[in-house]
Design a protein around this ligand. Structure first.
Ligand SMILES: *Cc1c(COP(=O)(O)O)cnc(C)c1O
Length: 244
């Protein structure tokens, strides 16, 4: 895939049309699905091109890499989502630079983010990451652990619990993709029946966002379908290793 401002704009339009089409077919309002451009390993020039094509939300996994991009794109007033693994020594910087954190799996992290979020800013938006499929590299909480954590986070002052997030293992069978996403939607409904007011389902990536939208995704996190395949550039490789 060619990478240039024009191609990026074409990719944005293509992905948007796919989002709009599946939302309509599923009887949903297309504006109820936010496209998060996952820009890990992409340059700030590429982000600028995607933003110019109309994307306002960006997702980053690696903090060092994200900070320089966020700093160089402040004129665009973008909304930044941290979607990577969280380490407690990074929470202060994350609370400073980001608007959303997807991938919360411990109270301790949410508490630090709340303590460190400036009272002059809007509360930081959080999503709890749920592991719906048993995995060796378990990321997220098992569904039965979620209600307790959700209640505790909802009581914190400087963060706002918005909903749930998942990253299921890659799966090409659309009906299997769908059944996992439906379970996240059911868990959200269950939490909302317990007095929480959650409005966010962060689910769906380049290979499975259509199934996620059918199941009720409000935020899809899309990288390669927008930017083309990722290549790890040497300066970023360090940061990747740091997190593994
Ligand atoms: C990389 C990443 C994405 C985007 O993946 P693509 O398959 O490139 O769309 C979405 N969510 C998370 C958590 C990621 O790490």
């Amino acid at each position: 895939m060619l990478i240039g401002p024009q191609n990026l704009a074409v990719n944005v339009n293509l992905v948007r049309s796919r989002i709009n089409l599946v939302a309509q077919v599923a009887g949903r309002t297309p504006s109820g699905v936010t496209l998060i451009a996952v820009s890990k390993s992409q340059t700030s020039a590429a982000c600028r091109a995607v933003a110019t094509a109309g994307v306002a939300d960006f997702g980053e996994n690696y903090l060092q890499e994200a900070i320089s991009k966020i700093d160089s794109l402040t004129d665009l007033k973008l909304c930044w989502h941290f979607i990577g693994r969280l380490q407690s020594n990074k929470t202060r910087t994350i609370a400073l630079y980001f608007d959303w954190v997807h991938g919360i799996d411990r109270f301790e992290i949410a508490k630090r983010l709340s303590d460190q979020r400036s009272s002059h800013r809007n509360p930081l938006n959080l999503c709890i990451q749920v592991a719906l499929v048993p995995e060796s590299t378990k990321a997220g909480l098992y569904p039965e652990e979620v209600p307790d954590l959700a209640q505790k986070i909802a009581a914190l002052p400087r963060v706002r619990l918005r909903g749930l997030m998942c990253v299921p293992p890659a799966q090409t069978d659309a009906s299997k993709q769908l059944s996992v996403f439906i379970r996240l939607k059911q868990l959200l409904d269950q939490l909302n029946s317990q007095d929480l007011q959650l409005d966010t389902l962060s689910m769906g990536m380049s290979e499975d966002f259509e199934a996620a939208i059918v199941a009720g995704a409000t935020h899809v996190r899309i990288g390669s379908a927008l930017f083309g395949p990722r290549t790890v550039i040497p300066s970023i490789k360090e940061t990747h290793e740091h997190y593994t």
